[in-house]
Design a protein around this ligand. Structure first.
Ligand code: MV4
Length: 650
């Protein structure tokens, strides 16, 4: 076994590899970019080497610098994870030329699968079923159109260098062929610098079933299949193993085909053979076809680990270190069923836009496996994939594993970024999905019902209001001595783009009336907890002005800075004063600047909240009385505006 390895990756997969390395007594070297200096994978590793700027091209894609980092730290091998350099054959060559071991397949095996047409030829020769179609060298449009006629419409045009649906066009009828060909070619040329295409029979409502394979360069075994049909725009959302409806005959046929594929290229390490399956009449051994082979460990490998009990990273390290395959095919069994859901920082209602943010609070279900590259306090930055975690559950049956997934999602708490948690929860509760009716079109068909996010109830809004006012903390034991008198406070909160006001009439430390819109909610503290009209409070987190209630996959509220309201109400004096003691975080103007009413002048941090100080009127900055970094008292003058000479200014 290796003494020390370097992990040429970041995030959850780097952490995942480090965990197994540690279990095997192998030392680890992390690499990191400027954006990841304090990342979890850096903290977990025994050593860490800085490799450059936050953009992948300046760090995680710099093969030469990563190889140098391995050499200077005395690492003997490099684990590439997935993405980045994991399927770059030139990097594999460079690693080996430096006298290091690449934990993965040979450069030749990666190259053999790199181009779709060559891979299809190779697979055909190896006796692996491929989708009927044309994958030859003749790229003459007339010839391709003739091939499409021979295959029969509808057909798919695919870029030979393609992946993830790029350069792919569905053609329903012959008269659309020529235009679709031009557009597929154009896209392929731009994306891959290679405009060659192949033509395939279009498989309607296909399922994506892939087989995990593992080779030692000579022998190969398969570790059964995963169903990854639940996708949105070629992004996998929930994966499972085994595939629902799989029969022993079909499993054997697919497993044997995948092993033939692996052996045909002398495959070493973990790989995945992707098949497209026509499941319109159930799963049948003559209705699956090779699509492509992924020559890396995949994101969804944990579902295979769950049903086989095998640590695939351990197998990767052992085989790369020269051991033979750790098991024979007949030693491998499926135990139960497993699901993986990918938790992303993304704005689902906005069209699944990637989101960023500092995860002020992060909690996973202790009853599920959570593979994550972030901890509470870490940021999801715009530089990398916004995945927060993979949540993996296992059970004796599909039904139990799915119920456990739904529960694990309900137990997941994230504050600080919007996430797809509600969407995942809706999928886990989808009736067709529960019946195992999965195909690659499910999410698109039911998108509307899967993306409804019920807004918070009045009771939840009342809880958010008390949280905003700091009234939900544990009641101090001496509170009986404080003087409580009827007191009404108001708080402005935004929620799902809407602003509402809550009036809180305090009747005692454990008793408030909260008015939200037309509704009055009684908040009482009893039996050790808060109740809102008899509904128990839900877990929540507060980070400055942001409040997250962990109910219904998370309700986010932002408390509106009361000072902004003052500014908005027309505070028109010359002095901008600190409304409370705090730290001046930033000053955005200089003496002599002209400012307009409402313009942001400075930020004061007080009570863990950032308060924006705005100009109460149009004017000119006469003087800065403090700078950023100053600690100030309540009432301290911070900025002075020049005397207003326009007498008639309202
Ligand atoms: C297909 C297909 C139907 N028929 N090929 C999508 C990405 C690329 N890897 C191949 N893809 C497809 N190829 C034939 N002959 C349908 C898809 C496809 C798809 C495949 C797997 C998972 C999700 C998908 C979503 C849309 C289309």
């Amino acid at each position: 076994m290796f003494r020390k390895i370097l992990i040429a990756n970041r995030g959850e997969i780097a952490c995942r590899v480090i965990e197994t390395a540690r279990k095997l007594g192998v030392q680890t070297v992390a690499v990191y970019s400027d954006a990841d200096a304090n990342a979890k994978h850096v903290a977990l590793a025994d050593q860490a080497i800085w490799i450059g700027g936050p953009a992948p091209a300046d760090s995680y894609l710099r093969g030469d610098d990563i190889i140098s980092a391995a050499l200077v730290t005395g690492a003997e091998a490099i684990h590439p994870g997935y993405g980045f350099l994991s399927e770059n054959p030139d990097f594999v060559d460079a690693v080996q030329a430096a006298g290091l071991v690449f934990i993965g397949p040979s450069a030749d095996a990666i190259r053999a699968m790199g181009l779709k047409d060559a891979a299809k030829h190779l697979m055909e020769q190896a006796g692996v079923p491929v989708v009927p179609g044309y994958h030859g060298d003749n790229q003459d449009p007339e010839h391709l159109a003739g091939a499409a006629d021979a295959i029969g419409y509808p057909v798919l045009i695919k870029a030979v260098a393609g992946g993830g649906g790029k350069g792919m066009r569905l053609v329903a009828q012959p008269q659309e062929f020529s235009e679709a060909l031009d557009s597929a070619r154009g896209e392929a040329r731009t994306a891959f610098g290679n405009d060659a295409v192949l033509i395939e029979k279009y498989v309607e409502q296909p399922r994506h079933i892939e087989v995990q394979v593992f080779g030692d360069g000579v022998q190969a075994v398969h570790l059964f299949e995963r169903d990854c049909s639940l996708q949105r725009r070629h992004q996998k959302v929930i994966e499972e193993a085994p595939a629902p409806g799989m029969t022993p005959e079909m499993r054997m046929a697919m497993g044997e085909a995948a092993v033939r594929a692996a052996k045909a290229i002398g495959y070493k390490g973990a790989g995945t053979v992707e098949f497209i399956v026509d499941g319109s009449e159930g799963l049948r051994p003559d209705r699956f076809w090779f699509m492509e082979m992924n020559t890396r460990l995949q994101v969804e490998h944990p579902v295979t680990e769950a049903i086989t009990g095998i640590d695939l990273v351990e197998w990767q390290l052992r085989v790369a270190a020269g051991e033979v395959l750790p098991a024979r095919q007949q030693d491998l069994r499926i135990n139960g069923h497993a699901f993986e859901a990918r938790l992303y920082a993304e704005d689902v209602p906005a069209g699944f836009l990637p989101a960023t943010g500092r995860l002020s609070h992060l909690r996973f279900s202790p009853a599920a496996r959570s593979d994550s590259g972030v901890r509470a306090g870490d940021a999801i930055s715009p530089w990398y994939d916004p995945m927060i975690a993979k949540i993996i559950t296992h059970g004796p049956t599909r039904e139990v594993a799915l119920a456990r997934l739904a529960q694990a999602l309900r137990d997941t708490q994230v504050a600080g970024a919007v996430t797809n948690l509600a969407f995942l929860g809706a999928l886990a509760g989808h009736e067709g999905f529960a019946r195992g009716e999965v195909d690659t079109g499910l999410i698109a068909r039911d998108l509307a019902e899967l993306t409804v996010q019920p807004p918070a109830t009045p009771q939840q809004r009342a809880q958010a209001a008390l949280a905003a006012l700091g009234l939900l903390g544990t009641v101090a034991p001496l509170s009986g001595f404080s003087l409580w008198y009827p007191l009404t406070r108001s708080v402005l909160l935004t929620h799902e783009g809407e602003t509402f006001e809550a009036l809180v009439r305090t009747r005692g430390p454990e008793n408030h009336l909260v008015v939200v819109g037309e509704i009055v909610i009684e908040a009482l503290h009893r039996r050790g907890g808060w109740f809102f009209d008899d509904e128990p409070a839900v877990p929540f987190a507060r980070d400055g002005a942001a409040i997250t209630l962990f109910a219904d996959a998370g309700h986010r509220f932002t408390m509106i800075d009361p000072l902004d309201r003052e500014g908005a109400a027309g505070h028109a004096g010359n002095l901008i004063e600190a409304p409370m003691p705090g730290l001046v975080k930033a000053v955005f103007v200089a003496a002599g600047d002209t400012v307009t009413q409402g313009q942001r002048l400075a930020i004061l941090e007080a009570m863990k909240m950032e308060h924006t100080l705005t100009a109460g009127r149009d004017g000119t900055v006469a003087e800065l009385l403090v700078g950023a970094g100053s600690q100030v008292e309540a009432g301290a003058a911070l900025i002075r505006l020049a005397e207003d000479d326009k007498e008639d200014a309202a």
